[in-house]
Design a protein around this ligand. Structure first.
Ligand code: GTP
Ligand code: MG
Length: 199
């Protein structure tokens, strides 16, 4: 899919103020600093459409972007960021969960996982919650430029093994790097096919 246009629409914490649910929507979530905003910028070929920071906790709102006048892309705040304190952490979690349950046009949630890390309870728990609520999601293993090929394979195999303790199969997954742009075509094709009703 070619990205012809990417427009920022609105940021908010009030899910009722999100744009009308009249187009397919794809949201990106995951722990703070995992690379959500960077991945969105890579997908749409823009340096700073979504705000990026070396410091976790940069994205604090639900940010809607309109792509090719055809579908919505959403940058969500990161969850599980320790330094903001329990109160704010549960507020973000609540916001993400509310958004996910409320947005009927959400076609797929991309859950980002730092490919270097072991399976984390907070991610596994969130996936469990998605499963219970029948929310379609994919996993994106990010920052793969930081691992050697063999190491990446081992990490993914380990992840799969952990997931298969509770799931019958792995959800679709992608591997990405904003440095090498790996994974970009695969994710855009996946979205394109859903938009066209192919998958
Ligand atoms: P919050 O909004 O704070 O939750 O973070 P985020 O998940 O949106 O992460 P963000 O895109 O702001 O990136 C966090 C840091 O990771 C930045 O310093 C990025 O440059 C870096 N980063 C993101 N993706 C990659 C990648 O594929 N490879 C490498 N090496 N660094 C990356
Ligand atoms: Mg962000």
């Amino acid at each position: 899919m070619k990205i012809k246009e990417a427009k920022f629409l609105i940021s908010n914490t009030d899910i009722e103020k999100c744009p009308p649910p009249d187009k397919p929507e794809y949201a990106f979530t995951g722990r703070s600093n995992v690379g959500k905003s960077s991945l969105i910028n890579m997908l749409v070929n823009r340096k700073s459409l979504a705000k990026i920071s070396g410091k976790p906790g940069k994205t604090r709102l639900i940010n809607h972007f309109l792509i090719n006048n055809d579908w919505y892309l959403v940058d969500l705040p990161g969850y599980g960021y320790a330094a903001v304190g329990q109160d704010e952490r549960s507020k973000w979690k609540e916001l993400i969960e509310k958004y996910v349950l409320y947005r009927q046009n959400l076609h797929c949630l991309f859950l980002l996982i730092d490919s270097r890390h072991k399976p984390q309870i907070v991610d596994l728990g969130f996936m469990q919650w998605l499963g219970v609520n029948q929310i379609p999601f994919c996993i994106v293993f990010t920052k793969i430029d930081k691992l050697k090929k063999g190491e990446l394979r081992k990490k993914i195999d380990g992840y799969q093994e952990k997931m298969l303790e509770n799931w019958e199969c792995m959800p679709p997954y992608f591997t990405t790097s904003v440095r090498t742009r790996e994974g970009r075509d695969e994710i855009l094709n996946y979205i394109f096919n859903i938009n066209r009703g192919i998958s």
